[in-house]
Design a protein around this ligand. Structure first.
Ligand SMILES: [Ca+2]
Length: 230
């Protein structure tokens, strides 16, 4: 009866493979909690999604003035969301690391990527619970530089050392400082990366179910082996 012997290694392989995804969680903010586009009274100025020239982006979602797609800001791919709000209400977006939190490590802990044209200004707030936010960083903008691209991203690095929070999962970016008009207007966000990150050590329900399944399979094989032995 060779069959049960092949079941055993398979069961162990499944048990070893299952925890792997938790160890390799994506370090980019993966969820948009909310987006409030900014207003503008300037003709031809608007928030929206755009892809930089020659970026080689694989982004296939909606583009153009007034467009919005969460997937534009959850991957570093050359697709950006201009927050809008050169006058009136500044545009604002709240993102979350759903599988863990950014922690305070040596040097910068968080990196914002702008891959489209001008370096626009913004304010950054962070929060551990998604309800209480605190100011963490401000970038005034530099409109003398307009060569941000996927190949040469304009990055803003944030070190949370010295802030009351030493870990956070939520961040809010609001257009501020020097802002370029036109489309896409204001800060053009491509993605947000955690440089120091800790996965939440709680298995997902689906993983637990698969573990139970693997355990049941092993128990079945053991019973079967016992029966054969007896
Ligand atoms: Ca993007």
């Amino acid at each position: 009866m060779p069959a049960p012997k092949t079941f055993f290694p398979l069961g162990f392989a499944i048990a070893l493979w299952l925890p792997a995804p938790a160890l390799h969680a994506l370090p980019f903010a993966d969820t948009v909690v909310s987006f409030t586009p900014g207003g503008s009274s300037f003709p031809d100025s608007s928030f929206g999604v755009e892809v930089g020239d020659g970026s080689g982006s694989v982004y296939k979602g909606p583009l153009g003035p007034g467009s919005y797609d969460p997937s534009a800001v959850t991957a570093l791919d050359g697709a950006v969301l201009g927050l809008g709000g050169s006058d009136g209400t500044p545009g604002s977006i709240t993102l979350r690391f759903s599988g863990g939190e950014v922690v305070d490590g040596s040097g910068p802990d968080l990196r914002l990527y702008d891959t489209f044209s001008f370096k626009d200004g913004f304010d950054l707030e962070i929060s551990a619970d998604g309800a209480h936010f605190m100011n963490a960083f401000s970038f005034a903008g530099d409109l003398g530089y307009y060569e941000c691209s996927l190949q040469r991203p304009c990055t803003a690095d944030v070190d949370i050392a010295g802030l009351p929070l030493d870990a956070f999962s939520y961040l809010r970016i609001t257009a501020a400082g020097t802002i370029i008009q036109g489309f896409p207007e204001a800060y053009t966000l491509d993605a947000v990366e955690a440089l120091h990150y800790r996965s939440t050590p709680v298995p997902e329900p689906g993983t637990l179910a698969l573990f139970s399944l693997a355990a049941a399979g092993l128990a079945f094989v053991r019973r079967r082996n016992d029966r054969i032995a007896g």
